[in-house]
Each structure stands twice: as structure tokens, then as C-alpha cells.
Design a protein around this ligand. Structure first.
Ligand code: PPS
Length: 570
């Protein structure tokens, strides 16, 4: 591996089998118990197999796991801060025994690797959270994952790579450690400083990376994470397009971009050590650690999980052993009177410092407001605006709920017509009866079937909302839990406006347009909402409409006014 040494003198551990051995193993794997990898496990496995996680040779066994949690070290004594574990369901763990080999497959069933199971154990997750992340507060994304998503049983053992995971996006920007080392060798880059990021790059980042390269007299690798970052982050497709624009601002001879399929844990100081080991494996000699490196934000009480410079401190303690040099950075700020960026601790008393917090930046972005030139690059802002349009260009769902005969359909229909007249976006009406005919024709009115019906409506509405259309739903949706679930699915994708049509049961029954209430009273229809099946009244609907007080036309008009107030229409 030439000038590039792996930490602690070890070689890069690439775990793919040679072609003929992989073919043989593939044949045998038909008989192995098979585990479908979760997205996070697939990221971990990808980096295990390509050597980015050297010196690991597989998912951690129990002894290594315990020592990593306690001391950030493997049993061998080698520094390794993050437990890389294969969590599975109890049912799957009961199918297998230590000594078995299992098949590890992606979500389409492609065999990525096999694993010789050496350990099967049930971890104490609370203790793991406290030891690794220093907290059991599940507002920490990795604690949330550990407690609410990870399976209850861990499997450890060596892995044998059969086929690298397939990527359809940005293929030319994805490199294995040996590929990147090869590129550095070819370019004659003996010193490389790596910059890790999960955010779009703005001017402050550019200045910081320029300075780092200058200080270290090194070339620059911008290596953004595209595996899994903090929930709520800007999607990687948008970010990579932004990185490509920013790259035009860098000298081509000394800067390169490569994407890292890492599943981050947001573990602050421990994560910084982990990132450095990975960058060392990729052939870098220096690593930038800025303010609050891989920080998960604030805890339940509004306090930061880690100190702003804790990562730098922990890195410093282990720098020699890591064999990669830290380039520490304070926060960069813009000094207006000097028209340049500088480290926050280098400003002078008379300097006029301009700042734009991440929160304020996002607010301006989402509301289509001005973003100053000193903060970012026009092409980056344009890209971000395209991905996060202002509310009047986002999709939204208007979700009516109410008893049969409450007037939902009539108002929903009136609203649809008014929105079609406005013409700003395509509109789809998912009325109870329409859905029951086209989407849920085999379903009855049991609780289970009603839930499934609402789930389907929620799914279709979420797709419409994501693609910037308008979905109008008008089912009875009698159960609060399902309404909440639909809200949770749709809200991150656009607007969600719940409207409770609160017409009392007596009025609905007296109208009895379809004659169903009479049949329900006579016991001909069983489980009828409001008669012998419950309707749980919404408590957090954006609007309540009583059709005794408002005509359908006026009700639809009121809804339009609310949509205008919320910013979804102009
Ligand atoms: S649910 O609970 O949300 O899945 O119901 P939904 O799909 O909206 O119901 C659509 C229409 O089915 C008729 N219908 C019943 N409603 C309630 N309970 C029972 N048991 C039932 N059986 C048939 C009823 O007319 C609903 O139409 P709307 O438009 O609401 O009157």
C-alpha cells in the first residue's frame, strides 16, 4: 500500500472473496438462513467489505463489543470507538446457532455477503446508550435508533463479501479506500486533508477548507456522507448537486470530491475518532475537526449533548495512536468591514461580524426570502430552493374526517372545484366512496380493515403531496391513531390540514341520504360509525366545520382562506 499505512501498522482489510470463491459461496448460500439488511446495516456492511472500517473483519462479537462500549478499544487493544453490530429479530436469532453461516442480503434479495456467526447475544441497550453516546435520552438520533428500531439480538462474526451493494446514483463519485488511495498515488498527492460533511457547503466551509489545506500544506478531499445522516437533513441528491457547484470554486489540481456511504451515529467526540480512522483508511494524512463535530444537537432539556470542542479534545488525546493529524477549527464568521471570513476567536473588537444561523437560513430558504451573497453561492441557493420550494409551491393534503352523512364529500368536492379554478397545482380527490370502490374494494368495516383503508389513503396522499400536488381526502377515519399516523407520514413531505366536519349524529341521521342509518338502527348493517362503532373526535384538527352553520360553498371558501393564511395558496 506504498506510503499509506493503516492505523497500528495493519493492512487495509478488504473482505471481498475472489471471484471463483464468491461463486462457490453463492451456490452454498442457498442453504443458509438469510437476513435482509436494514439500510443502516447495508451501509455498515459496505464499509466493512471495502476496507473503510479496517481493521474490522466483520460485525463485532460480544467481547469486542463490550470493550468498545467501555474503552473504545477492540479486544486486541486497537482503538475503535463505535460498536458495529448486526441487530436482528428474536425470531431470526432463534433460527440460527453459533457456528452457522448466514446470508446477508439487500432489500431486493441480492446476496452481498455471508457471515460466520461466532456470537449471539442480547445487549443491554440502555447501558450501550450510556456508554457509547453518554445518554439514554432518545432525542439523540442514535439512541432513538437503538431503542426503537434496532432488533433485540446482536450477531457477531466475520463477513465474506460476494458482491458490492449496487448504487444507481453518482457512480463516478463513489470510491472504495483502495480506489481513492490509487487516485492519490496517481496524482502524486502525499498529503491529503479530509473534510467530512453532512450539510451543503456555504462560503464559511469553503474558507475553512482552504485554510486547512494551506495550514497542512496538503491537498483537499471533500468527502461528504451520503449513507445516513441526521434525520431531517437535506437529502443527498440535492447536496451532491450543491457540492458539484461548489467544487467549481476550488483549484482543480489540489481538490477532489468523493462520497462516503457511511451511516452516521451523530456521536460527537467518539464519532470524530471513528471518522478519522475511516479517513486514514482512505489514505488521508490530515482530518478537519471543527466546532461540534458530528453533534446531534440539543437534548430533551435544550442542552447540547456534547461540548462544542469535546471532539477536538478527545482527538488530541488519541492523535498519535490514530496516525492522522487533526486540523482543528473554530467557528468561521464573516467580518463585513474586512469583507472576509475569519475564525471567531481572531476577530478584533471593532469588527462588524455578520452571522446567519442554520435555523434562520432554513427559514429564509423555506419562505423564499433573500439569502445574502456573503453567506452562500448563488448556484447552491438555487439548488436548495429547487429542493425546498416555498409553501405556495409545496404539495399538501386536506384531510376531512367526520361521520357518514356529515357533509365531508360535498365540501371536499366544492373545495376541489375551487382549487381547480385556482389552477396552481394538480388536484386529486380521495373521497370515502371513491376509495372504497377503486382502492379498497375488498375491505369491510372492521377496525382492521378501516385502518388499512386509511393507511392506503395516507400512502396515496403522501405520494401526491411529495410530488407537489394537492390531495383531498374525505374518509370517515374514525380512529385518532390512524389519523395521527397519516399526519406523521405526510407532514415531512408538505402540508397537512385536518378538517373535522363536526355535524352531530342526530343531524346526520335525520338526513340519512343513503338510508344507511335506518339500516344500522334496524341491525341490518353492523358496526356502523356513530351507532355501534365509535367515532373518536379530533382534538388537534386545523379546522372544525359545522355544516348546520355553513353552506358547503361557504365552508369550502373558509378552507381556502385558511390555506392562504398557512401560505399554501396565494
Ligand atoms: S372508514 O372508516 O374511514 O374506512 O370509512 P369510509 O371508507 O370513509 O366509508 C365510506 C362509506 O361507507 C359507507 N358505510 C359505512 N360507514 C360507516 N360504518 C359502516 N359500517 C359502513 N358501511 C358502509 C358509508 O356510507 C361511508 O360513506 P360516507 O360518504 O362517509 O357517508
Amino acid at each position: 500500500m506504498g506510503a499509506f499505512k493503516q492505523p497500528h501498522g495493519g493492512e487495509l482489510k478488504e473482505l471481498y472473496l475472489q471471484e471463483h470463491k464468491a461463486d462457490e459461496e453463492k451456490q452454498r448460500a442457498g442453504d443458509y438462513a438469510s437476513w435482509d439488511l436494514t439500510p443502516r446495516q447495508l451501509c455498515d456492511l459496505d464499509l466493512l467489505l471495502n476496507g473503510a472500517f479496517s481493521p474490522l473483519e466483520g460485525f463485532l462479537g460480544e467481547a469486542d463489543y463490550e470493550k468498545v462500549c467501555d474503552e473504545m478499544r477492540l479486544e486486541s487493544g486497537v482503538l475503535w470507538p463505535m460498536p458495529i453490530t448486526l441487530d436482528v429479530s428474536k425470531a431470526f436469532s432463534e433460527e440460527i446457532a453459533c457456528g452457522d453461516t448466514i446470508a446477508l442480503r439487500d432489500h431486493e434479495g441480492v446476496l452481498i455477503a455471508t457471515m460466520d456467526v461466532s456470537d449471539i447475544w442480547q445487549p443491554d441497550k440502555e447501558s450501550e446508550a450510556l456508554r457509547v453516546f453518554g445518554t439514554s435520552d432518545d432525542t439523540h438520533p442514535a439512541v432513538d435508533y437503538l431503542f426503537h428500531q434496532a432488533g433485540p439480538v446482536y450477531l457477531g462474526g466475520k463477513v465474506h463479501g460476494i458482491e458490492p451493494p449496487t448504487f444507481f446514483d453518482f457512480k463516478l463519485l463513489r470510491d472504495s479506500p483502495s480506489e481513492l488511495r490509487g487516485r492519490f498515488r496517481k496524482l502524486g498527492w502525499r498529503k491529503v486533508v479530509a473534510f467530512q460533511t453532512r450539510n451543503p457547503l456555504h462560503r464559511a466551509h469553503q474558507e475553512l477548507t482552504f485554510r486547512a489545506a494551506r495550514e497542512a500544506e496538503a491537498n483537499l478531499l471533500i468527502q461528504p456522507v451520503v449513507g445516513m445522516t441526521k434525520p431531517g437533513d437535506i437529502d443527498h441528491f440535492t447536496r451532491v448537486r450543491c457540492y458539484e457547484h461548489v467544487l467549481e470554486q476550488y483549484p482543480e489540481q489540489t481538490t477532489t470530491l468523493s462520497l462516503l456511504n457511511l451511516a452516521m451515529r451523530m456521536a460527537g467526540p467518539r464519532e470524530a475518532i471513528w471518522h478519522a480512522i475511516i479517513r486514514k483508511n482512505y489514505g488521508c494524512t490530515h482530518f478537519i475537526v471543527g466546532r461540534d463535530h458530528a453533534g446531534p444537537g440539543n437534548d430533551r432539556n435544550g442542552e447540547p449533548f456534547y461540548g462544542a470542542y469535546d471532539a477536538q479534545e478527545l482527538f488530541r488525546e488519541h492523535e498519535e495512536e490514530l496516525d492522522i493529524t487533526m486540523v482543528p477549527f473554530k467557528m468561521m464568521v464573516y467580518v463585513e468591514n474586512k469583507a472576509e471570513y475569519t475564525a471567531v476567536d481572531e476577530t478584533e473588537p471593532d469588527d462588524k461580524v455578520l452571522e446567519l444561523s442554520g435555523k434562520e437560513f432554513r427559514r429564509r430558504l423555506y419562505e423564499g426570502l433573500e439569502i445574502p451573497e456573503w453567506f452562500s453561492f448563488p448556484k447552491v441557493v438555487e439548488e436548495l430552493r429547487r429542493a425546498h420550494p416555498p409553501k405556495h409551491e409545496q404539495g399538501f393534503t386536506v384531510f376531512f374526517t367526520g361521520l357518514s352523512g356529515s357533509g365531508k364529500s360535498t365540501i371536499a368536492n366544492a373545495l376541489m372545484i375551487k382549487l381547480l379554478e385556482d389552477g396552481s397545482r394538480p388536484v386529486t380527490l380521495l373521497d370515502g366512496d371513491i376509495v372504497r370502490k377503486n382502492l379498497s374494494s375488498e375491505l369491510a368495516f372492521t377496525k382492521e380493515h378501516r385502518d388499512l383503508n386509511i393507511q392506503r389513503i395516507g400512502f396515496v396522499a403522501s405520494e401526491i403531496t411529495k410530488n407537489r400536488g394537492i390531495a383531498i381526502c374525505a374518509p370517515i377515519a374514525p380512529y385518532a391513531k390512524m389519523r395521527r399516523q397519516v399526519r406523521e407520514v405526510i407532514s415531512p413531505l408538505g402540508g397537512f390540514i385536518e378538517i373535522y366536519v363536526s355535524t352531530p349524529i342526530e343531524v346526520c341521521e335525520s338526513r340519512d341520504r343513503k338510508g344507511l342509518y335506518a339500516k344500522a338502527r334496524a341491525g341490518i348493517i353492523k358496526g356502523f360509525t356513530g351507532i355501534d362503532d365509535p367515532y373518536e373526535e379530533p382534538v388537534n384538527a386545523e379546522m372544525v366545520i359545522n355544516t348546520q352553520e355553513l353552506s358547503p360553498d361557504l365552508a369550502a371558501h373558509r378552507i381556502l382562506i385558511t390555506l392562504e393564511k398557512l401560505g399554501y395558496i396565494r
